[in-house]
Design a protein around this ligand. Structure first.
Ligand code: PMP
Length: 441
């Protein structure tokens, strides 16, 4: 018996062994829920190292990575210039809790690349950026009500963890245990890409609304781009009523274009949130925008906001080095082309096998949908076929392609995803779509 169980452990997938072990000390075995593979089943892969477009798990198995740490790894893993800069920064010390030159450098760089930003405050996560931006908008306007859209995610601060009520224009109800209704009573949830509904709300109570917060290309209900009309209506109505427009570019910033989604839609936000790419894989995020609004933040103004590790010198060095690399000539053209090749190829493979499927990309971000047409709303995203996705996901993973383990996540391509990497992905997809057809018809 002992020998048998020894053999069992020896031949057991090391990822499964580690997942069992992790679950004994970490809730659900993970430090962020979607990593747990709950919606697709199976054990998550424990990653040991990564290089360029590839990640390697503890068993040494190679995966083509389309998660890119959920967005930051736009240069691919272990870019040599970034690693060198970070190593140099580490030699100078890990954290000082006092100002550093790097913080000015990165603030100036963000301002230069995103003209709507006149001043910027660094934080350590997108969640903090969202929480602080909301507090700032409320403090600046002296109003309480905030508006968010169904399917958009802006981090897990209490007032933003809401879902829409049953009727339209209703107040949000908490979408997580532990969030008191009192905290979400002032959060109004509207439909994404519904300018008419937004206008109706503003006609009625625009003067009481502190801010509207939006992802210009939604990346937390798979990928759903906003329509131009939706964003223009939002800018017009917020300007008319003195409401702060917060564009959440945590995911889209330096990802869909060098100037972010606001450059593609020609929208001038009052406040923009950043994260992911600006840290290049280390914890840097930010919120910034119009000077008179930003000057309401402490120590200048009455809106309190702080952080022990905010603007950490090593993390900022990593972010700065990343921001320098993405400004190489032709970077976004190539990134967009490679991503477009991927989604076009996936579409062709699905068609070959007669699977209802659609896909689209903007810059280095993409969405794949088990649905005949790309969705334009949260409701349409919900119509995607989760079972077919699950089969596809596992077939791809077995074949060495690591997609996001959920139908509600966008995908990311890095500049190191060259033609041979895309070709290998499509080979895997050929088999995966065939399997989807075989299993589900
Ligand atoms: N906003 C958006 C658009 C995001 O995609 C995310 C994270 N996926 C966040 C905010 C929260 O960022 P973080 O996970 O760094 O707290």
């Amino acid at each position: 018996l002992l020998f048998n169980s020894f053999l069992g452990v020896l031949f057991m997938d090391q990822n499964e062994v580690l997942f069992d072990r992790a679950q004994k000390s970490i809730p659900g075995g993970v430090n962020s829920p979607v990593r747990a593979f709950r919606s697709v089943g199976g054990a998550p892969r424990f990653i040991k190292k990564a290089l360029g477009p590839h990640m390697y798990d503890v068993e040494g198995k190679q995966y083509i990575d389309y998660i890119g740490s959920w967005g930051p790894m736009i240069l691919g893993h272990n870019n040599p210039h970034v690693i060198e800069a970070v190593k140099e920064a580490v030699d100078n010390g890990l954290s000082f809790g006092a100002p550093t030159v790097g913080e000015i450098d990165i603030a100036e760089e963000i301002k230069r690349l995103i003209p709507s930003v006149e001043e910027v405050r660094l934080v350590s996560s997108g969640t903090e950026a969202g929480m602080s931006a909301i507090r700032l908008a409320r403090g600046y306007t002296g109003r309480n009500k905030i508006v968010k859209f169904e399917g958009c995610y802006h981090g897990h601060s209490d007032s933003l963890l809401v879902k829409g009520g049953s009727g339209l224009l209703t107040f949000g109800t908490p979408s997580s245990a532990g969030v008191p209704t009192a905290v979400t009573n002032d959060t109004i949830v509207l439909e994404y890409n519904n300018p008419k509904q937004l206008k109706e709300l503003f006609d009625k109570e625009g003067d009481e609304i502190a801010c509207v917060i939006v992802e210009a290309v939604a990346g937390n209900m798979n990928m759903v781009p906003a329509t131009q009309e939706f964003l223009e209506t939002m800018r017009e109505e917020t300007a008319k009523h003195g409401t702060v427009l917060i564009v959440d570019e945590v995911m889209t910033g330096f990802r869909v274009a060098l100037g972010g989604a606001q450059s593609l839609y020609h929208i001038d936000p009052d406040i923009t949130m950043f994260g992911k790419v600006i840290g290049g894989g280390m914890p840097v995020a930010a919120f910034g925008g119009k000077r008179d609004i930003m000057n309401s933040v402490a120590p200048l103004g009455p809106v309190y906001q702080a952080g022990t590790l905010s603007g950490n010198p090593v993390a900022v060095t990593c972010g700065l080095a990343t921001l320098h690399e993405i400004q190489q000539p032709g970077f976004y053209k190539r990134l967009s082309e490679q991503t477009a090749k991927l989604v076009k190829g996936l579409g062709a493979m699905a068609k070959k096998h007669g699977v209802a499927f659609s896909a689209q990309s903007i810059g280095g971000m993409f969405g794949i949908y088990f649905r005949g047409k790309c969705p334009t709303s949260f409701k349409e995203v919900m119509e995607c076929d989760a079972d077919r996705f699950k089969t596809f996901f596992h077939a791809m993973l077995d074949n060495g392609v690591y997609l996001a383990p959920s139908i509600y996540e966008a995908g990311f391509v890095s500049i190191t995803h060259d033609d041979s990497v895309i070709a290998r992905t499509l080979e895997a997809a050929d088999e995966a779509f065939a399997k989807v057809k075989r299993v589900h018809g």
